[in-house]
Design a protein around this ligand. Structure first.
Ligand code: NDP
Length: 449
């Protein structure tokens, strides 16, 4: 069978078996297209149906999350944990609280996570969870009651050697702390079952910074392949949450000027650039005041706020989508290319649509998929797990140095498996093949499980 027929047959069967899950189909197609050549040449992978097994979660837990709001009303949310693959380590992946959360989104994220975790070289399997609960506009006590109810069911399915959740959209230090508190209370054990914990109770220094910093380290490595760097570049960033904030901070430290940030209501563009002082204001606005990005343009009137729009029409050298999936489409890719963008580094998971990826690759600009360039977050979660197991904590410098090393190794793996005959580095292919090979090897060794 040739690779194209394999992909067509595989995807037809996947879509039939998993109807109504477009994000999951999209994530699987990207990986299957990358590894098809490799699979059709391996009788073992074909016969033992490794890819067919990888796309089927080992376990999906779905549950009711009832809680009481400040008005005394009963609210019922949906809770999920997708335990995708444990071939190379305990399930590991974040928890997302957002109104849009559904099984398709969590399956795509858990699937991506499996290969991303493999790329880090650390022993972590893939998982992801969440709820359609939206923390925005809720009081601290409402968020706490929700987190406690969520964990009252989930606690029996997780553990330091079973499944180790962390943060994602809508889940930051506050939410992880509430979930950890309830987990500890129910399990009667103080273990490293969550990562992204507070420093006073087992968290790792540099974990909050890791995803955004790691994305910039990866971007630096990409640019270096063309003798270039962040220095003097204009960067457009989407999002203003955890990943976006630290991507902006590191890009600025590396000598770039950040022009934009956004949230789900719109974006701000600062013609003078977002200086370190202005970025401090964004950190406070989002993390302490829990405000909206449009308030930036009120505080700094030379900046503009554009409602209901994304920042990709603004001129930049480097684009860093750091908000959510499918937030950069083909038309926006055309605008970026027309404006001279040379490099797209994904901080979010699957933010670029397949047609936009095709345009970047056809134009031969640097483009990295999130599973490679945002892997610094989970890698540092892996380092938090190691510190918890050893019952000690490393300095920020030590964690940062390890993070840099891991990002550099992931970049090298992408170059090794993704370099095309004309020298163009296809980071999608490189990341998918490298991530897949280790998981497939472990699955082959462990038999039909
Ligand atoms: P946060 O919740 O801290 O921030 C998310 C940001 O994206 C907010 O500005 C939010 O705006 C915006 N956003 C969320 N949903 C949408 C939407 N549907 N349309 C437009 N904007 C949206 O999340 P993180 O920064 O942690 O995560 C961002 C991305 O990075 C996600 O794709 C996540 O999976 C990925 N990621 C995160 C890691 C981590 O360590 N945190 C690790 C690896 C990947 P608003 O406030 O309006 O909701």
């Amino acid at each position: 069978m040739n690779a194209k027929t394999y992909v067509d047959n595989f995807m037809n069967e996947l879509v039939t078996k998993n109807p109504g899950e477009p994000e999951f189909h999209q994530a699987v197609r990207e990986v299957v297209e990358s590894v098809a050549d490799y699979i059709v040449e391996s009788p073992q992978l074909m016969k033992l149906k490794v890819m067919e097994r990888i796309v089927e979660p080992e376990r999906v837990i779905m549950f009711r999350v009832p809680w009481v709001n400040d008005a005394g009303e009963v609210v019922i949310n949906k809770g999920y944990r997708v335990q995708m693959n444990s071939a190379i380590g305990p399930y590991k992946g974040g928890v997302r609280f957002h109104a849009s959360v559904n099984l398709s989104i969590l399956k795509f994220l858990a699937f991506e996570q499996t290969f991303k975790n493999s790329l880090t070289t650390l022993p972590m399997g893939g998982g992801k969870g969440g709820s359609n609960f939206d923390p925005k506009g809720k009081s601290d006590m409402e968020v706490m009651r929700f987190c406690q109810s969520f964990i009252t069911e989930l606690y029996r399915h997780i553990g330091p050697d079973t499944d180790v959740p962390a943060g994602d959209i809508g889940v930051g230090g506050r939410e992880v702390a509430y979930m950890f508190g309830q987990y500890k209370r129910l399990s009667n054990e103080f273990t490293g079952t969550f990562t992204g914990k507070g420093i006073s109770f087992g968290g790792s220094l540099m974990r909050p910074e890791a995803t955004g910093y790691g994305a910039c380290y990866f971007g630096e490595a990409m640019l270096a392949t063309r003798g270039d760097s962040y220095k003097g570049k204009k960067v457009c960033i989407s999002g203003s949450g955890n990943v976006a904030q630290f991507a902006a901070k590191k890009a600025t430290e590396l000598g770039a000027t950040v022009m934009t940030m956004s949230d789900s209501n719109g974006y701000i563009y600062d013609p003078d650039g977002i200086s370190p002082e202005k970025l401090d204001y964004i950190f406070k606005l989002k993390n302490v005041l829990r405000g909206r990005i449009k308030e930036y343009a009120v505080k700094y009137p030379t900046a503009k706020y554009v409602a209901n729009a994304r920042p990709w029409g603004e001129k930049c050298d480097i684009a860093m989508p750091c908000a959510t999936q499918n937030e950069l489409n083909g038309a926006e890719a055309d605008m970026l290319l027309k404006n001279g963008c040379k490099c797209v580094v994904e901080g979010a998971n699957m933010p670029t649509t397949p047609d936009a990826i095709a345009k970047f690759q056809a134009a031969k600009i640097l483009y990295s998929p999130g599973k490679a360039s945002n892997a610094g977050g989970v890698a540092t979660s892996g380092l938090e797990m190691s510190q918890n197991s050893m019952r000690l904590g490393w300095s920020a410098e030590e964690v940062d140095q390890r993070l840099r090393g891991i990002m550099s190794n992931i970049h090298a793996a992408c170059v090794k498996y993704g370099t095309e005959p004309d020298g163009y580095i296809n980071y999608v292919k490189g990341a998918n093949i490298s991530g897949f090979m280790k998981v497939a090897d472990a699955m082959l060794a462990q038999g039909i499980v």
